[in-house]
Design a protein around this ligand. Structure first.
Ligand code: SF4
Ligand code: SF4
Length: 159
């Protein structure tokens, strides 16, 4: 099992990691993706859009089966662009889901030098710009662990 521990006992991101988003939008469009929503996300985003939770779920979300549970993800257009992506960028940028805000500091990405380098093939902002400290990265990882992802047992009973 890869715990992210390096030979010295350090984790891969102990010395911080460089990342600066250049707003290329690659992570928001072109390819299929899943942006899972937490309880906090589906409070903040509908409030920002000035619509109710049920309308938000119906207009902008879909359900996906993840093994034994169903989760809610932001919907995509037929070309796989996120429904909130526009030429001017993310239309809900201020309240975008934690999954988007915390990228690329995901556990699966900062797990090792290899996983970080592999992800950087898809994100030109990685290994550029500001150095993000180990503490900052740990905080993103903690927020991800603590978020309450919406999980539904069929039949769907959210909304
Ligand atoms: S792929 Fe990376 S650089 Fe491009 S928009 Fe996404 S986070 Fe920013
Ligand atoms: S919600 Fe915004 S940041 Fe997240 S994938 Fe969609 S357009 Fe990109």
């Amino acid at each position: 099992m890869n715990t992210g521990q390096q030979g010295s006992g350090k984790v891969f991101h102990s010395d911080g990691l460089r990342f600066e988003c250049n707003r290329c939008s690659h992570c928001c469009r072109h390819d299929p993706g899943l942006v899972f929503l937490s309880e906090e996300d589906i409070i903040r985003i509908p409030r920002y859009l000035r619509i109710g939770r049920a309308e938000f779920l119906a207009r902008y979300c879909r359900h996906v089966d993840i093994g034994t549970v169903r989760r809610i993800t932001i919907d995509e257009r037929p070309n796989y662009d996120c429904v909130f992506w526009s030429e001017s960028g993310c239309e809900i940028y201020e309240v975008r889901p934690l999954q988007c805000r915390s990228y690329p500091f995901w556990a699966s990405v900062v797990d090792s030098a290899e996983s970080w380098q592999a992800e950087s093939e898809h994100c030109p902002g990685m290994n550029t710009g500001a150095l993000h400290s180990s503490d900052e990265i740990d905080d993103w990882l903690l927020q991800a662990r603590q978020r309450r992802l919406i999980e539904l047992d069929p039949p769907y009973r959210g909304g």
